[in-house]
Design a protein around this ligand. Structure first.
Ligand code: NAD
Ligand code: UDP
Length: 335
């Protein structure tokens, strides 16, 4: 297949492009480089030994999208492009609704004009909200508590309505849990700007000496060691899940899959695993809880196993070892 990968220069997108090319698919990356560097595209090519067509463009720019669909025969779109910082979404809700929701509508309109009606959307475990008991199953009631999560929920609804209205559409909604880790080559990995909000990027900065200490947000949750539990998944496993999900585009309608391991690890377990990976103790201290954090989040990943034949393979030590290789070789990120 020839796949248009929006946001393909970003963290999950770049790893997915490697797996897509390795599996023999042709790709075209479309990314405005808001949160990525074009060097990431060169690194994909270095890993796979294949050319990577790249177009710098915005999903809000329908004319530019029309040109892409005119220039390439695209069989399906894998849609990663979006903004993802929860805190920033609270401060700048309009930016998030416009970029994520309006951007997806603009993409779908361009797809419809081109007669390309197969789409895989990057949703998030955040849509399970605060009121469900994990493991989360795809049919649980959904809710969110921040604008970022609201954009994911809205887009899921829009795409479901679209596929219901026009039987030519095939939509796959993938709910990612917590991707971490990096490509084993050390060439690709996560490269956030500024002070990181998420746990792993923060731990990595501490590990390379750029930040003094990890703040563990609360140790009084009803979890085994009192710290928050999340379903961390190796980004390469996630990328392989995306590859497996192409199969679900063969039938019309909307399909939904969790992409997680089904296991939860606590913040303290993650810090300990990263200390093993980097060979020195990561300093940490207990800080107050962060508002809006659920104690537990982990997937029921059985639907993806049953219907897509996919399960995650890598454990937490491997995730941390690969993340450490990337950050120690690229302390200033992908340049
Ligand atoms: P990322 O920021 O590394 O990648 C997103 C890419 O989209 C970036 O390269 C950015 O430049 C591009 N982009 C943003 N707005 C765009 C626009 N208007 N037009 C064109 N390109 C645009 O993020 P990621 O971690 O790779 O996440 C990819 C997707 O998966 C996002 O939609 C995110 O919400 C979702 N997701 C991520 C996580 C996570 O923890 N990383 C978890 C669940 C879901
Ligand atoms: N966390 C932490 N310190 C940090 C960042 C995160 O203790 O500097 C905790 C957070 O409270 C949660 C877990 O690590 O329990 C994962 O947080 P992250 O922001 O990475 O993912 P999310 O909460 O969005 O699933």
């Amino acid at each position: 297949m020839r796949l248009l990968v929006t946001g393909g220069a970003g963290y999950i997108g770049s790893h997915t492009c490697v797996e897509l090319q390795k599996a023999g698919h042709d790709i075209v990356i479309y990314d405005n480089l808001y949160n990525a560097k074009s060097a990431a595209v060169e690194r994909i090519s270095k890993i796979t030994g294949k050319e990577v067509p790249f177009i710098k463009g915005d999903i809000l720019d329908e004319k530019a999208l029309d040109e892409v669909f005119c220039r390439y025969h695209i069989d399906a779109v894998i849609h990663f492009a979006g903004l993802k910082a929860v805190g920033e979404s609270v401060e700048k809700p309009l930016l998030y609704y416009e970029n994520n929701v309006s951007g997806t509508i603009s993409l779908c309109k361009a797809m419809a004009r081109a007669g390309c009606k197969k789409l895989i959307f990057s949703s998030s475990a955040t849509v399970y909200g605060m009121h469900n008991e994990p493991p989360f199953t795809e049919d649980m009631p959904l809710s969110t508590i921040n604008p970022y999560g609201a954009t994911k929920l809205m887009i899921e609804g829009i795409l479901t309505d679209l596929a219901a209205a026009d039987k030519d559409w095939s939509v796959v909604l993938l709910r990612y849990f917590n991707p971490i880790g990096a490509h084993e080559s050390g060439l690709l990995g996560e490269d956030p700007q500024g002070i990181p909000n998420n746990l792993l990027p923060y731990v990595k900065r501490v590990a390379v000496g750029k930040l003094p200490c990890v703040n563990i947000f609360g140790d009084d949750y009803p979890t085994p060691d009192g710290t928050g539990v999340r379903d961390y998944i190796h980004v390469v496993d996630l990328a392989k899940g995306l590859l497996a999900a192409l199969k679900a585009l063969e039938t019309d309608g909307t399909k939904i899959y969790n992409l997680g391991t089904g296991n939860g690890y606590s913040v303290k377990e993650v810090v300990a695993a990263f200390s093993r990976a980097c060979g020195h103790e990561i300093p940490w201290r207990i800080a107050p809880r962060r508002g809006g954090d659920a104690p537990f989040s982990f997937a029921d990943a059985s639907r993806a196993k049953k219907e897509l034949g996919w399960t995650a393979q890598y454990d937490l030590d491997r995730m941390c070892a690969d993340a450490w290789r990337f950050i120690s070789r690229n302390p200033d990120g992908i340049q």
